[in-house]
Design a protein around this ligand. Structure first.
Ligand SMILES: NC(=O)c1ccc[n+]([C@@H]2O[C@H](COP(=O)([O-])OP(=O)(O)OC[C@H]3O[C@@H](n4cnc5c(N)ncnc54)[C@H](O)[C@@H]3O)[C@@H](O)[C@H]2O)c1
Length: 355
């Protein structure tokens, strides 16, 4: 099999991770990268031994040396770059969230369908060992009917890059909900078997960010920038089969939390609880609650598994996990949470546009 030639747009934190991970795989070659900061692109190209620094995203997308594009830039640019890459005949691995909102996400779905090319959203948490183990158990029926789930990631003091694109609504589309919430939401929807969400109720708050409190070490602050997103969000999502999912995320909050992701699936026969790297099954035996600690062997790195899955999906022409439709579903739920937070009422979802 010939190697897939990859071009990476964005040489920031995650762009460099993709350069490293694809660079380790035999079936891929990262031919070049680009970034608004030429210095950053040049440094990344040197570090990962890439043959070329493209002048800008257009040049990279238009290059006949590129088969697939990794979109690793701030959220606002995801949809436009993905759509133009698809129109230029390139497969796309796009960072999360797939788009700034559902309208932009729908453009990606339309372009993907028109092109028949691969679009995958980089939700590497699906590739962690614990969720994969839970997925296996859930699909094997060992949890019974899963009717309630909760998930989240409560960071206590971790607002990234105050004033940078992370905290500017027009660049990011929101705060922790769209930044880290989209990961746990995606994972929970996948573990639940992708039910159809029908109703969403949520609240968002900004109690720390506007006062420049709760700052973390992630990202580079821009003190002449602004903070106009939330720093905490809480939501309930009701599915068409009656199941419920609650989601809570924060960048900064006064709460007892170890900052890592959590998920609880509650089924009629058993439950599965993930706390970061810890996995516990809960059930009842002899009329007593029973907890089973389930250490999961750590296999290959989850980001490597994600990169490999992208290559395999392109090679086989198969729909990848975390495809464009799943990205649209996530964006639609996020939009509904933000709308509910604004209006104070529940938001009913209509999925007829997917038919
Ligand atoms: N999957 C994950 O675990 C994960 C982790 C971090 C970030 N992300 C996502 O990746 C994206 C980038 O995040 P990051 O942390 O790497 O940010 P970053 O700020 O470190 O890097 C973004 C880079 O994009 C460049 N850029 C901006 N617009 C550009 C354009 N039009 N053309 C070329 N370059 C452009 C910037 O100069 C910057 O170097 C975001 O969407 C974020 O949500 C995902």
């Amino acid at each position: 099999m010939s190697r897939l030639r990859i071009g990476v747009i964005g040489a920031g934190f995650i762009g460099r991770v993709h350069m490293e991970k694809f660079g380790e795989l035999d079936d891929a070659v990262v031919v070049g990268c680009t970034d608004m900061s030429a210095d950053l692109a040049t440094a990344a190209a040197r570090r990962f031994g890439l043959g070329r620094v493209f002048a800008d995203a257009d040049e990279l997308i238009g290059s006949t040396d590129v088969d697939a594009v990794v979109v690793a830039v701030p959220n606002r640019h995801h949809a436009d770059l993905t759509v133009s890459a698809l129109r230029a005949g390139k497969h796309v691995l796009v960072e999360k969230p797939m788009a700034l909102n559902a309208d932009a996400a729908r453009k990606i779905v339309d372009a993907q369908r028109a092109s028949g090319l691969t679009v995958m959203v980089a939700h590497q948490m699906r590739w962690l060992p614990e969720p994969r183990e839970v997925k296996r158990m859930a699909e094997g029926g060992e949890l019974g009917e899963v009717y309630n789930a909760k998930c989240g990631m409560m960071r206590r003091k971790n607002i990234p890059g105050w004033g940078s694109w992370f905290t500017r609504m027009d660049e990011s589309g929101g705060g922790p909900l769209i930044d880290i919430g989209v990961h746990v939401l995606d994972m929970a929807m996948w573990l639940l078997g992708n039910p159809k969400p029908v109703s969403v109720f949520g609240s968002t708050y900004a109690k720390f960010g506007p006062q420049r409190r709760g700052l973390g070490s992630w990202g580079t602050p821009q003190w002449d920038g602004r903070f106009d997103v939330e720093d905490l969000a809480s939501a309930m999502i009701k599915m068409d089969d009656g199941a419920t999912l609650t989601l809570e995320v924060s960048w900064a909050a006064n709460t007892l939390s170890d900052n890592s992701h959590f998920i609880d699936l509650m089924g009629t026969e058993g439950g599965a609880s993930i706390r970061g790297k810890r996995l516990v099954y809960t059930t009842q035996k002899f009329d007593r609650p029973v907890d089973v600690e389930a250490p999961v062997p750590v296999g290959e790195d989850h980001r490597t598994l994600l990169a490999r899955h992208f290559l395999e999906s392109v090679a086989a022409g198969t729909t990848p996990m975390s495809d464009a439709v799943s990205g649209l579903v996530n964006n639609t739920i996020l939009d509904a949470i933000y709308e509910s937070a604004r209006t104070g009422g529940a938001v009913e979802l209509d999925w007829s546009f997917l038919d």
